[in-house]
Design a protein around this ligand. Structure first.
Ligand SMILES: [Cu+2]
Length: 447
């Protein structure tokens, strides 16, 4: 199967499976099976810190002229992340089964090995890949967060949540393999906030972020500020890799990190996967040495996976930058945005209207609203453009769901909106995004 055929098949299959794939996350706590207290808690969720078998951070797209990667893509073996798991998927491990070599780790918060240990259910984390989950709670909620570190991890992990103040509420400190930590905070400030691993007592914190241990928590506002039709979570992160010489495997490059020379910019964990035509040669000659994702619109080919948005509706974008180093110059090519950033304490979803480009510093997440006025492609980028040619971009195809004939104004919107999607409602668009691009979905905690 050629790559082009594969892409089309992927979209077609995903479209067919929409009804069965799309679902909502539901917590199903059983207080007897796990040690999580649930008194007077509005929202409770469990995150599993997990080291995966690795993932492709540079998909098998057509690439020519870039130093990084190759047409075979780049595989990153040290991909770690946080997975939102059901409380029932927190498995108890008998103390006597706790590995002896881990008991000698007495550097970790004096953790008690005489009590039960815990593990993440294998099936619950089988498809884990970076970045971590995008999670949503409501303003005013009492939120309970539980972190478990998988017993099979090689490294000690932790979590630092920017959604609240206070060391005792926010920072887990090092959590050894097979241990859990639970703590509670009040969601006092609306907005989107980064969470990330802080390594082992901040040691190698940059490596853990580089490897994918980050996500965002959205505290949803109330009243008029809550008016939004469609939400998207997008995380841009600079990466520092060097080839291990094993096939196309890349590991963390500490020297490049210290020098500030990232060779990859991942968008929701992958470079170039969401931008089908950045830098593409549109058939007017070979005028660049950087040719990314060449696109043949006439043949109905999309090398990459675009997001879909409705024309004329308010769309909300949670843009997360875990760093570790680079600031984002967040911008929609062909669009403007309203900044609704609640990351300043007590500044609840304040509107800054009609910005063109918005800085999202490393270690931050911003909330921005955009209305796409007409069908066609819009490109979300960091306007620091050398990070675009390292993979920091995604495409949005705006679709007119009320008057589909308007989508014929651009071949991409005609193809994606009418030929592939046939969207008739915002629910259709949500379902398409959830099936094709599950990492943009914000998971609402129901409990
Ligand atoms: Cu970590």
């Amino acid at each position: 199967m050629t790559k082009m055929t594969y892409r089309i098949a992927t979209i077609a299959i995903a479209t067919i499976l929409l009804g069965s794939i799309v679902g909502t996350f539901q917590m199903n706590p059983t207080a007897e099976a796990h040690p999580i207290p649930d008194d007077e808690i509005d929202k409770s969720f469990v995150l599993c810190a997990i080291e995966t078998d690795g993932q492709s951070i540079y998909p098998n797209n057509d690439i020519d002229g870039l130093i990084v990667g190759s047409s075979d893509g780049v595989f990153y073996p040290e991909s770690w992340t946080f997975v939102l798991i059901d409380a029932d998927d927190l498995e108890e491990v008998d103390s006597e089964d706790y590995p002896a070599e881990l008991r000698t780790h007495d550097t970790v918060n004096g953790q008690d090995h005489t009590e039960a240990h815990y593990n993440c259910n294998d099936e619950a984390v089988a498809d884990a890949s970076a970045p971590g989950a995008s999670i949503s709670v409501d303003l005013g909620d009492t939120v309970q967060v539980t972190l478990v570190s998988d017993i099979d991890n090689e490294h000690i992990h932790s979590i630092d949540q920017h959604a609240f103040n206070g060391d005792e509420h926010v920072n887990s400190g090092p959590v050894q393999q097979g241990h859990i930590k639970t703590w509670t905070w009040e969601a006092e400030d609306a907005g989107s906030f980064l969470y990330h691993c802080a390594g082992n007592g901040l040691m190698n914190l940059w490596t853990h972020i580089n490897n994918g241990m980050y996500g965002n928590i959205v505290v949803q506002p109330k009243g008029d500020d809550a008016d939004v039709e469609v939400e998207y979570s997008v995380m841009f992160a600079d990466m520092y890799t060097k080839s291990t010489g094993v096939d196309n495997e890349h590991g963390f490059d500490l020297g490049a990190f210290v020098a500030g020379a990232n060779n990859i910019m991942v968008t929701n964990g992958e470079a170039f996967n969401y931008a089908p035509f950045i830098g593409a040669d549109w058939g007017d000659g070979d005028h660049t040495q950087v040719v990314l994702n060449p696109l043949d619109v006439d043949a109905g080919v999309l090398n990459g996976v675009p997001l879909v948005a409705p024309v004329g509706e308010n769309t909300r974008w949670y843009i997360t930058n875990p760093g570790p180093n680079n600031a984002l110059a967040w911008h929609f090519i062909a669009g403007q945005m309203d900044i609704r950033d609640g990351s300043t304490p007590k500044k609840l979803m304040t509107v800054e209207a009609n910005e063109e480009t918005w800085t999202v510093p490393p270690g931050s997440s911003s909330t921005t609203d955009t209305v796409f006025p007409s069908p066609g492609p819009y490109i979300g980028v960091t306007h620091k453009l050398n990070d675009v040619v390292k993979g920091g971009a995604f495409a949005v195809i705006a679709c007119d769901i009320d008057n589909p004939e308007n989508n014929e104004s651009h071949p991409l919107s005609e193809f994606v909106c009418n030929d592939v999607g046939g969207f008739e409602s915002i629910e259709d668009i949500d379902a398409f995004n959830a099936a094709i691009n599950p990492k943009v979905i914000v998971k609402e905690i129901q409990q």
